[in-house]
Design a binder for this molecule. Structure first.
Ligand SMILES: Cc1ncc(COP(=O)(O)O)c(C=O)c1O
Length: 383
């Protein structure tokens, strides 16, 4: 043991899934083993060219090199407002209902610090994005896994949440289009969840990071439901929409009371988003709709090729309805997703075992379509 022990909160955290996978990939690289990386949702596609130019030009301006306003640049917030109105037909107040973030993860993970007390319950989808569990644990809360099952279209069955848990729950994380299952939530479910959460006094943290990565059905915002602003905060991201993962920019929006709480947490934690990044992000929202259309076509093409290949290799239960993931049930005879992922690694493919997303992810494997079609075909051949 070293001289200094990790805090209890850090000790209690499970290893962060993608950091673990990164470590494994590092080992393979060290051994000079070639592999196709289908593990992390970091698109291989470049961000829009003009966005880089805006970033570069804006970075040269003296005012932009100083501390940014921690509530976000008004021009960026106005752009978010217009985009939201156009995309979801939802009106947001620039001053009180929009808060730029250093990527959606930052807001998602910090949010409970503003609203959750030690001992409260935080409901997390299982399988689900691993950051939700960390967020609950950092706030000293109990993370309660709500199953997302195939037979329920990967929507939580709210009626099955025990009364004791409902009464102690302060927050539920929901994420549609869903990582990892690729499910999209219908408006009828969103109505049901708003009603349920209003009844039990539970805040909805609606993670909409993949709102623009769809193929057929256009995903909804929770705020299309009447009364949602009373109980929900939404999280959006430039990472997936514009392949701007490294820029670290997104936003939270929704009920002013919830935004105010998150803003107070952030005012004490960070000092705003680099102003040039906010200018680039605003530019992307206003000008890069064609880029997003092309991105969707590219991902759809990859998905079609990969899903066809998986079927040919004996995978039967495959989900690929949105996002750039494919969520596949392990072929017959395989039980452990970790063992299966290890076998894939031996064949030269890195994918993410379902168990890494929570206990209800066991029995599945997630492939990220973040390489080109040629590489995906190679991966299929290696399977
Ligand atoms: C479901 C989900 N939410 C949020 C994020 C975080 O995205 P970012 O912080 O880059 O906006 C991710 C990243 O993979 C994700 O999959």
């Amino acid at each position: 043991m070293g001289k200094f022990q990790w805090s209890k909160r850090l000790q209690d955290l499970p290893p962060y899934l993608f950091a673990e996978i990164d470590r494994k990939k590092g080992e393979l690289r060290k051994k000079k083993v070639n592999f196709i990386d289908l593990s992390i949702g970091d698109p291989d596609i470049l961000a829009p060219k003009q966005v880089n130019k805006v970033l570069y030009d804006s970075a040269k301006i003296k005012a932009n090199q100083k501390y940014a306003l921690d509530q976000g640049k008004p021009e960026f917030k106005k752009t978010i407002k217009s985009w939201f109105k156009k995309r979801f037909n939802v009106s947001l107040d620039v001053d009180s209902e929009i808060l730029p973030l250093i990527g959606s993860k930052e807001g998602l993970v910090h949010f409970p610090l503003g609203f959750v007390n030690p001992g409260d319950y935080v409901l997390i989808p299982s399988p689900g994005y691993p950051g939700y569990r960390s967020a609950a644990l950092f706030a000293g809360a109990n993370a309660y896994e709500v199953p997302l099952l195939a037979e329920n279209n990967f929507l939580p069955d709210l009626d099955k949440i025990p009364l004791k848990v409902r009464n102690k729950a302060k927050l539920i994380y929901l994420n549609y289009p869903n990582n990892p299952t690729t499910a999209i939530a219908p408006l009828s479910f969103l109505r049901k969840v708003v009603k349920f959460c209003a009844k039990y006094g539970i805040i909805i943290a609606y993670d909409n990071a993949y709102s623009e990565v769809y193929f057929d059905k256009k995903p909804h915002s929770i705020f299309e439901v009447k009364g949602a602003k009373e109980v929900a905060v939404g999280f959006h991201s430039h990472s997936k929409t514009f392949c701007m993962t490294g820029f670290r920019v997104g936003w939270a929006c929704g009920g002013s009371e919830l935004i105010k709480g998150l803003a107070k947490v952030k005012a004490n934690l960070d000092s705003g988003i680099f102003s040039a990044v906010q200018d680039a992000a605003a530019y992307a929202l206003s000008n890069e709709a064609d880029y997003v259309n092309r991105l969707r076509k590219t991902i759809k093409n990859r998905r079609d090729v990969f899903v066809k290949g998986l079927r040919a290799k004996g995978f039967k239960d495959i989900h690929a309805d949105s996002t750039f993931y494919v969520w596949a049930k392990l072929p017959k005879g395989n039980k452990s997703s970790i063992d299966f992922a290890k076998e894939l690694m031996k064949k030269g493919i890195v994918a993410t075992p379902g168990l890494g997303f929570g206990k209800y992810g066991e029995g599945y494997i997630r492939f990220a379509l973040t390489v080109d079609v040629k590489c995906l075909k190679e991966a299929i051949n290696l399977l």
